[in-house]
Ligand binder design. Structure first.
Ligand code: SF4
Ligand code: SF4
Length: 295
């Protein structure tokens, strides 16, 4: 009589997946992403201009062209549909997405200020290209134009909910450029957008980006906000210095602020910020007081 095979279905041959098998192929990706996040956080916490531009270079080269790690409106579609990638096979993606959400809730749109490859590209262009091409948008226009991105976010989400057409992303964001694909029309439109950015600095980020709008709304929850002095209401030097239209008298507009550090460096500048000069003046006055003749 024939003995039945010990494993008639071949289950014993099926390899059991270990954590080593899962982590091995992702280890380099995870390590490089963690190093990039560390660089971004060090540059942010030290308020260093030089380190910020190193972070921009890494954001454009590694996060953008090498990996195409950018938060896209399609990620918001995935969250709405609860159609998220499997965690254990996409650890780097979850680290990136988690960092973006948590950092926004802690500090505001830090993602826009130094992690997003497109934002890094336009901020770098802004720094290296001559300033004579630029036009300063009048404040009243700037305030109204800032609402366009919220309208685009609402419009594109409504369109997606009705049609489920994922491809709508290509009409509202240029992040596909880092994957070097796109039709001729898309590249021409991108060229026009970049040319317009030479005239109006950070045009797309300030007025058009639906992801920036979504992060701006999330920024209402920000825990660690930029401090303001009582003198900020009247001085307004930092309001003029802010390239993002994010300062209005004593208020920081969290929907617009990308934590670029420009105003915070100004606060710390004892020669330029009147707060320190007033303190200095008052302390000298107090020092002189005992010398006044007593009547
Ligand atoms: S506003 Fe949009 S394009 Fe600009 S930095 Fe933020 S996410 Fe990137
Ligand atoms: S200058 Fe200050 S308020 Fe303006 S974007 Fe930069 S950090 Fe935000």
């Amino acid at each position: 009589m024939m003995q039945p095979a010990a494993d008639p279905w071949g289950f014993e041959d099926a390899a059991v997946e270990t954590w080593g098998d899962i982590l091995g192929p992702q280890a380099l990706d995870l390590a490089l992403l963690a190093a990039f996040i560390a660089l971004a956080m060090v540059s942010f916490s030290r308020k260093s201009v030089a380190l910020k531009f190193v972070t921009f270079a890494a954001a454009i080269g590694y996060m953008g062209f090498a990996k195409s790690y950018l938060i896209s409106i399609t990620n918001i579609f995935s969250v709405i549909d609860l159609n998220l990638p499997v965690v254990k096979y996409n650890l780097a993606w979850y680290l990136f997405f988690g960092f973006t959400i948590v950092s926004t809730m802690l500090w505001g749109r830090l993602y826009c200020g130094r992690v997003c490859a497109y934002g890094a590209l336009t901020q770098t262009l802004d720094a290296v290209l001559p300033a004579w091409t630029r036009v300063e948008v009048p404040r009243a226009v700037e305030k109204r134009a800032a609402w366009i991105k919220f309208g685009l976010l609402a419009g594109v989400l409504a369109y997606y909910l009705i049609t489920r057409d994922l491809l709508v992303y290509q009409y509202v964001e240029p992040f596909w450029m880092f994957g070097l694909f796109g039709t001729t029309t898309m590249w021409v439109a991108l060229g026009a957008l970049l040319a317009a950015t030479l005239v109006v600095r950070n045009l797309y980020c300030r007025f058009l980006c639906p992801v920036g709008a979504a992060l701006g709304l999330l920024s209402y929850l920000t825990v660690f906000r930029i401090k303001r002095w009582s003198e900020c209401d009247t001085c307004r030097i930092c309001q003029k210095a802010c390239q993002w239209g994010a300062i209005e008298g004593p208020k920081i507009l969290m929907t617009e602020c990308v934590r670029c550090d420009d105003c915070e460096r100004l606060y710390a500048d004892t020669a330029r910020c009147p707060h320190w000069r007033i303190i200095d003046y008052n302390s000298k006055k107090i020092a002189v007081l005992p010398l006044l003749p007593v009547r």
